[in-house]
Design a binder for this molecule. Structure first.
Ligand code: FAD
Ligand code: DLZ
Ligand code: SF4
Length: 507
């Protein structure tokens, strides 16, 4: 009996469940660079180069370990361009009688894969993805019967389950969450350490040429390319974060500085999401730094919460709610994505900087994604489909399981508050407090109305006015609606006029 073991591009881990019981040197391990995956959305050039290089390196590490690897390169003239086509070819070439694969992390791919057994006429075994800390069944059980899900309670369960930052039954330090300490604005002269960089090796050089030839019309810059593409280098990137950035991660988690795209974040999402790093090893590394006295509790707890809390929570919601979740549009947003999301040509400096950095790095940190780009998408009423497609293709860490809940749930409130209890709407004052973008902007952040006023200021109130019938009853929005109630008609008219003018110009 010959079993073909298929490994997808975001399953680059020797712990992957599809390799359990693999007859080393006998069972063919199939990996393939396919047109269908590279183009179902037009991924950022750097994202494709990163993933193809990481896949090629991973294949080599399997060969070095004695495995029989069948690796199909993009340029291979026989390449059929789809997973199913490549699996079919592998079956014929190896006389295979069974396919084993770990469950894919996108609903789109899973539903396709579930039809393969009929197409291929041999068993297709789909195994659970055990890289996550909470299985989909466990999450569903936790969610069952709750009218509203809240990340904080899920997170506490994960802390207890894995005994992370715990003293017996209690959280270390006496509090579960130190978020209130993690909102420092950037101070002048803040010294941000340079990020981990990795030089380009011949494999990466080859795939960069390939990407240039085949995906020249995709968004984004190929160079500079600094990502790790092997597990060993991804571990070095993690160590670099723990040593140089973690201690200030908490304090400046929400801060933004012009020309500092990396701030004190970890830049490990690309590695976690494709399998080069595993979540628990990142968490344990941060926990060790805390116990060694190298990083304070607010930083370590904040970092750990992102990984065992938010990351697992959004995955749970994705599988619980798909496929309906992708259709949600609670606020009936209809506006198309403005051209500046591609060109960066806008007078709004915060948006210009975030789009430019996204284009260069295939990365933007959380607060840029949430409170600048996402805040704009929410306030301008951009259609969830267009916003989701943009986020899915521009970031090197983007796969639908993590991108969709963050976009439809967290930024657009398209799920009506299932994931987050209120929309993350903010006026220019928030961006001005947390960044230095406003200092170099053509708009005035202190002006509330008129052509020179920061558009976030009137779009913010216009958003609450426009969505009054859907949002007014939300207890967490009592404050903005109380303020609106006190506004006179002239002020409301000015808000509506400015918003109308701005949004018409956008089109
Ligand atoms: P850090 O700030 O250092 O955080 C550490 C880790 O925590 C991250 O690497 C990530 O694995 C995890 N994490 C943090 N926040 C979240 C979150 N909200 N959801 C899931 N995991 C989280 N993250 C992705 O991995 N892929 C995406 O496609 C993605 N799309 C997003 C879209 C929007 C609109 C928003 C608001 C957030 C999105 N995020 C996404 C979450 C978050 O912004 C990124 O994980 C983070 O910016 C990655 O950079 P980092 O590794 O430096 O993270
Ligand atoms: C994102 C991506 C791209 C660009 N290309 C490939 C590919 O050629 N081959 C592959 O196996 N995986 C690729 N991926 C990752 C897949 O899209 C991902 O594995 C599925 O969406 C399931 O999460
Ligand atoms: Fe952004 Fe408004 Fe500040 Fe300009 S003034 S950078 S548009 S928040």
């Amino acid at each position: 009996m010959t079993t073909v073991r298929l490994i997808l591009g975001d399953q680059l881990s020797e712990q992957i469940s599809s390799l359990d019981g693999c007859a080393i040197g006998h069972d063919p391990i199939l990996m393939c660079e396919v047109r269908s995956e590279a183009t179902y959305v037009k991924h950022h050039k750097k994202k494709i180069a990163f993933l193809f290089s990481a896949m090629r390196h991973f294949a080599q590490s399997l060969r070095d370990a004695g495995h029989n690897v069948r690796y199909i390169e993009y340029d291979d003239p026989e390449n059929t361009g789809s997973f199913l086509g490549e699996v079919a070819r592998a079956i014929t070439a190896h006389g295979a009688t069974r396919i084993v694969v770990t469950s894919p992390n996108e609903h789109r791919v899973l539903t396709d894969l579930q039809t393969w057994q009929d197409h291929l006429g041999i068993p297709v075994v789909i195994r659970d993805d055990t890289r996550f800390l909470c299985s989909t069944e466990e999450f569903n059980t936790w969610a069952a019967g709750r009218k509203q899900l809240r990340m904080e309670y899920f997170y506490r369960e994960m802390r207890r389950k894995y005994n992370i930052l715990m003293t017996g039954q209690d959280p270390v330090g006496g509090q579960w969450n130190y978020d209130a300490e993690n909102r420092k604005p950037p101070k002048n002269g803040l010294n941000v350490p340079p990020p981990f960089t990795q030089s380009i090796d011949p494999t990466t050089r080859d795939v960069m040429g390939l990407v240039d030839r085949h995906f020249g019309d995709h968004f984004g810059d190929l160079e500079p390319f600094h990502f790790a593409v092997t597990r060993a280098d991804a571990l070095r990137a993690l160590d670099h974060f723990i040593e140089h950035r973690l201690s200030q991660f908490g304090d400046y988690q929400d801060a933004m500085i012009q020309g500092e795209p990396w701030m004190f974040h970890s830049h490990i999402s690309f590695y976690l999401n494709c399998g080069l790093l595993l979540p628990l090893e990142c968490v344990r590394a941060a926990e060790r730094a805390f116990h060694a006295g190298d990083a304070p509790l607010n930083a370590v707890e904040g970092f750990i919460r992102q990984i065992i809390g938010w990351r697992e929570y959004v995955r749970g919601i994705y599988w619980l709610k798909m496929p309906e979740y992708a259709q949600e549009n609670f606020l009936d947003a209809v506006r198309p994505l403005p051209a500046f999301f591609w060109t960066a040509q806008t007078k709004m400096n915060c948006l210009r900087q975030c789009v430019l950095e996204t284009k260069q790095n295939a990365y933007a940190h959380h607060i840029q994604r949430l409170m600048v780009l996402g805040n704009f998408a929410l306030l301008a009423g951009l259609h969830p489909d267009e916003v989701n497609e943009w986020y899915l293709l521009v970031y090197a860490d983007a796969y639908e399981w993590v991108e969709l809940p963050n976009v439809s749930g967290m930024i657009l409130f398209a799920d009506g508050g299932y994931l987050a209890s209120k929309p993350y709407a903010a006026s220019g004052a928030y961006i001005n407090k947390m960044s230095n973008y406003c200092k170099s902007c053509s708009y005035s952040v202190s002006k509330k109305n008129g052509p020179d006023a920061c558009p976030f200021n009137y779009l913010y109130w216009n958003f609450y006015l426009d969505n009054q019938s859907k949002l007014k009853g939300n207890p967490r929005l009592n404050h903005p609606y109380a303020t609106l109630a006190k506004m006179d008609d002239m002020k409301r008219d000015a808000i509506r006029d400015d918003a109308r003018r701005f949004l018409e110009d956008l089109a």
